[in-house]
Ligand binder design. Structure first.
Ligand code: ZN
Length: 340
């Protein structure tokens, strides 16, 4: 038992992902991450999801077999002190690993206000990317050149994609925060970890005239014009290089209204400071173990970690000097949590 009086709250809760097939997806989630994925082109691992119908499921401890949505509803002590309105809105995030064998469509997401009004009360989508791998000389589509909404609409109507869309060079370890209204596309050969609001509202601007089952996928031109930021922000300013971050220390990459995302490179041992709220951790490279210390296990309980593992670290882990979470091994960990 720990201070919250809940014996099941003091260990990491590993989650089994939901996998999604996409025309642009590949096989690297199996080949490089060891996931048991379905046949065909699988572009998305929904690693930590409470999105209805695509939930991840707890695989260990007393929570085993329960979906993340059920844990959110039934075990509030896992998540820490949250305002009632926040809790009632449902688990707020979605953590995905993306394998883009081909280019994704050029797209844009709405903010909360637009999505609530036009998409049956859905959340908008603020998202961020941590680049796990990409080809040499890789560029992502980020932003556009139009100076006014009229010019933006005109260039879309005339299909002047090369002059409209901006591209920005990226490399492994880069981090990009995308506010709603940012035109974007992940390009062929990129693998990335995405942390986003729990939302599936995407407006497709252009799909390279590709066919899926013999037909083009639906476009959402009117909505795209309405929600896109014009003029767009300078795309180079959105990219942060993280490859020189010090090992053993948690470095915050972004903190916005919805979430923070930090990176923890581990070269032998690294302690995760205590937090009042839940954290989502994903091992994006390497492996080792996580040691959880608390009053009932002063020596610590050891949990093996490997590339691709995602787990919920309950709010009750850590919080006193003799308690805490320590990573041991060689690995790269992305840690995300709520901004309350
Ligand atoms: Zn997106």
């Amino acid at each position: 038992m720990n201070r919250s009086g809940n014996s099941e709250a003091a260990e990491p809760i590993f989650l089994r992902p939901y996998f999604q097939q996409n025309i642009w997806g590949g096989r690297r989630l199996a080949e490089e991450f060891g996931f048991a994925i379905p046949e065909g082109h699988v572009g998305e691992c929904w690693a930590v999801s409470a999105y209805p119908g695509r939930e991840s499921v707890a695989v260990n401890g007393a929570a085993a077999g329960r979906t993340l949505a059920e844990l959110w509803r039934d075990v509030p002590e896992f998540f820490g002190p949250l305002p009632e309105e926040y809790r009632a809105a449902g688990y707020p995030f979605l953590t995905k690993i993306i394998d883009a064998r081909e280019d994704l469509s050029i797209q844009v997401h709405p903010d909360d206000a637009y999505a609530a009004e036009h998409e049956n009360g859905a959340r908008g989508k603020t998202e961020c990317w941590y680049i796990l791998d990409c080809p040499e000389d890789c560029t992502l589509v980020l932003g556009h050149t139009a100076k006014s909404r009229e010019e933006f609409a005109g260039m879309i109507a005339e299909k002047r994609w090369d002059s409209l869309l901006r591209r920005v060079p990226v490399r492994r370890g880069d981090f990009i925060q995308l506010e709603p209204g940012t035109i974007h596309a992940i390009t062929a050969g990129v693998m990335l970890l995405e942390t986003q609001q729990s939302s599936d509202v995407t407006y497709r601007v252009y799909d390279y005239d590709r066919l899926q089952d013999g037909r083009p996928r639906e476009l959402h031109i009117r909505q795209s014009i309405e929600v896109s930021g014009v003029p767009a922000r300078e795309p180079e300013k959105l990219v942060r290089h993280t490859d020189a971050l010090p090992a053993g220390r948690l470095t915050e990459l972004v903190r916005c209204r919805f979430y923070y995302v930090s990176r923890l490179p581990v070269s032998d041992s690294a302690e995760l400071p205590a937090d009042r709220w839940f954290r989502i951790c994903t091992v994006t490279d390497g492996g080792g173990s996580l040691i959880i210390k608390n009053s009932s296990a002063p020596q610590g309980s050891r949990f093996p970690l490997k590339k691709g593992d995602s787990f919920l670290l309950p709010a009750s882990v850590g919080g006193a000097p003799e308690e805490g979470a320590v990573f041991e091994g060689r690995m790269d960990v992305i840690v995300a949590g709520p901004v309350i």
